[in-house]
Design a binder for this molecule. Sequence first.
Ligand code: 5GP
Ligand code: ZN
Length: 112
Amino acid sequence: MDCLFCAIIKGDIPSSKVYEDDNCYAFLDINPQAPTHVLVVPKAHIASADEINAENSQTVANIFKVIPEIASQLGLGDGYRIVTNIGENGCQSVKHLHFHILGGKKLSENMA
Ligand code: 5GP
Ligand code: ZN
């Protein structure tokens, strides 16, 4: 399977690591849309949040367990936003589930 984020997780494509554990990998977005822009991905390939189910939801739960630790490490005590894009209308460009952590400034109130 030809997946960019699986290649990043394997280390075949370099990335700037922010956090890693057995379940997930977090790294700087190559095209940041905020002063802090990190992507958190499950190590298991899940195509999008629309593919979350009873079998893989613990992986997603574990990501949400560590996001506050990652945000603290990044100095995002004043707040941040978690975004996941899904499919064509959601403008998802990489078909491996990822959560954007955006922060470091007052973000736009416009989400759509
Ligand atoms: P999406 O549009 O699918 O929600 O988000 C994909 C994100 O991956 C984009 O914000 C884009 O900048 C980021 N991205 C795409 N290719 C690479 C890459 O090779 N390395 C890194 N670090 N980020 C990437
Ligand atoms: Zn993948």
